[in-house]
Design a binder for this molecule. Sequence first.
Ligand code: DOR
Ligand code: ZN
Length: 433
Amino acid sequence: MSEIINIVNAKVWVKGKILEGGITIIGDRIAKIGKESALKKAERTFDAGGRLLLPGFIDVHTHLRDFELSYKEDFSSGTTAAVAGGFTTVLDMSNNKPPTMTPEIVRARIQKAEGNLFCDVGFYATPRSPKEVDNLVDSGCIAMKIYMSKPLDYERYSTEREIIELIKKTSSAGIVLSVHAEDPNMIKRFKGDLSPELHARSHPIKAEERAIDMVIRASKISGGKLHICHVSTLEGLNKIKSAKRKGVDVTCEATPHHTVLTNEVFEKLGKKSIVEPPLRSKRHMEAILKGISKGDVDILVTDHAPHTLGEKDGGSPGFPGLETAVPIFFTLVRDGLLTLDRVIDAFTINPAERFSLPDAGKIEVGRMANLTMINLKSERKIDSDKFFSKSKFSPFDGMVVKACVHATFIRGRAVFLDGEIVSSKKAGKILHG
Ligand code: DOR
Ligand code: ZN
């Protein structure tokens, strides 16, 4: 018989509202939701201490690395960081070494990840050409991404025609096409070691705006499903907003760094602040925050992009983000800048629906008991020395956050609790289409 566990004394997020009570988990699934008197008789009880009990958080933009990049992060360390950061599902990006571009590589990643995961993982791939889409889907990837300005291996998706052809294929396979939208023709290729200022100048606002414009046109013409990664500019977001109003099937995501940091940190953080797309001025940062609060930004992501400190000194773009994103966004809630429902939806139901993850996104009887418990009464400073990720730096180091992840449950069991990994069992599974 499956074990019966009750989580009690919780503020349970059900259908967009808080229910004071708890849930019963039988085996790995949610069996009952309600006031404590309505729950089943359990063998074990977990007291939530009045904290928020939410559907397991989803990050559709994680770079887990592994293989030749295992020195930066691997499946085990990356998914440990994920559960420590409150995520129960992550989607792994394709810009790996070797890049995730062929069915063989997708299968190799799945094989190596199996049994090595603390949370559930789905894999992105980047097709070399539209013809490859179906084979990649058959090999087990569940998402597709293209890098317009930085091809992984000479694939070309920088014209409207190329994108129309691809998005038709991905959409008929039931997959939303994710795009790193920067127009390669607008990227300025400066020589040598780039300062953060010069790096930002090489990725101008116009590059994002033009790329977004073009992929939106491709989506509109083809009727295909489009997702814009890490929107970072006011102009880009405005294009997305107006396309949505006209009925184009487009969604977008935002990162914590584009929501709370500006290029004013360049001087203090030096090359550690380099990221693509770059940090922008206050005008853009405020637009992203407003976009989240209005619901124009659909999904919140980490863009967890681990690097060594030596690589950061050499100008590698990106930050580890799995262990900072949730505390930062809930701090914005505590500060009254975002509402609870916007942040929760953008980490749960919105990514679950857009990326077709049928078992995730809601606390509902019958669903997998992947859950995130948040403490809104904590206060601490971000300290990257304490990260579970191999990548121990953060542009947020020293920032005071007013919320933390108290516990993360995978398949009904706490794997992360009060700062520690409490289960040696790697209960995460690979998500197949
Ligand atoms: O900053 C970034 N880092 N942007 C990207 O597009 C790639 C990522 C990485 O993989 O390091
Ligand atoms: Zn990324």
